[in-house]
Design a protein around this ligand. Sequence first.
Ligand code: NAP
Length: 280
Amino acid sequence: MKIGIIGLGLIGGSLALDLKALGHRVWGTSRRPATVQAALAMGAIDEGITHLATIPPDTDLIVICTPIERIVPCLGEMVDYLPAPTIVTDVGSVKAPIVTAGQKLWHRFIGSHPMAGNANSGITAAQRGLFIDRPCAVVGQPEEEIAQIIGALWRSVGMEVYYCEATEHDRAVAWISHLPVMVSASLNLACKEESSDRVQALAANLASSGFADTSRVGGGNPELGRMMAQLNRTALLNALAHYQRVLSNLQHTIEVGAWEDLETMLKEAQSLRQIYIKSC
Ligand code: NAP
C-alpha cells in the first residue's frame, strides 16, 4: 500500500518506521522541513512532501498524527487534494469531536486511537515496535470496509484492535487516561500544601519509586492535559465526580476508624487493578 503520515513525531514517526519495515511505500509531511529531513535520514519515510497539495495521487491511506488540535484543520486543508478512494484516519486521544467533524469533511474518514506512547516526543523519539501488544480503538463497526482496513493496519504493527462508538471511546478513556492525569496532577499540587518548609524539603528528599509511579502522568505535557479536558469535558467531569465520591468515602472510613471496611475497600482496589492493567 502507499501510505501517508502527517505529523512525524513520536506516534507518526514510529508508525512510519513500522510500516516501511512491513514493505509499504510511505510518504510523510510535518510542520517543520527539518523533521521531514530527519525522517528521511532515519529511513522512516521514502518520500517527504512539503505541501498537502502535492499528496501522491496513488495514496491508499493517510494517518494524521499531528497534535490533537491540528487533526481536523489538517484534514480540512487536504480534502481538496485527496484522491477519492483514499482512506484517512487519525490517532487523536479524544474521538467524538474529531470523528464528527472528520466525517463531515471526508467520506472515507475513520477515527482510531492507538494506546501506545511514552514520555518523549518528536521525531527523535520515534522507535520501531512501539505498538506491539498494545490496544487500539477503531471507531466503527467491524463489518464496515474501511474499519476492516484500518483494523488490519493497526494489527499489522502488533496492536489488539477494539471497535467502538466515539462516545464510548471517550467515556472509557476518561476513566483510564484522563481521570488519572487529573488525579496525579492534584497529588503533585496537594504536596505543596504542607505548612512546614522543613517537612516539605524532607518529603522531596524521601520521595521514591511509589511517588514516581503515582505522580508520573500528572507531571506530563500540560498542553496535552488541557486539550484532553477541553475535548472530553463531559466524560471527564463525570469521572471526576465519581472519583471525589469514592475518595470521600475512603476519607470517612479512616475518620471513623472502620479499619476492616478500609481493608475490604483496599482489597477490592487491589483486584480491580489487575483487570485494568492486564496488558501492561
Ligand atoms: P509529538 O511527538 O509531539 O508529534 C507530533 C508531531 O506533529 C510533532 O513532532 C510536529 O512535528 C508535528 N506537527 C505539529 N503541528 C503540525 C502541523 N500543523 N502539521 C503537520 N505536523 C505537525 O506528539 P505525539 O505524542 O506523537 O502525538 C501525536 C498525536 O498522537 C496526538 O494527536 C495525540 O493525541 C496522539 N497520541 C499520543 C499518544 C502518546 O502517548 N504520545 C498516544 C496515543 C495517541 P514538527 O517537528 O514538524 O513540528
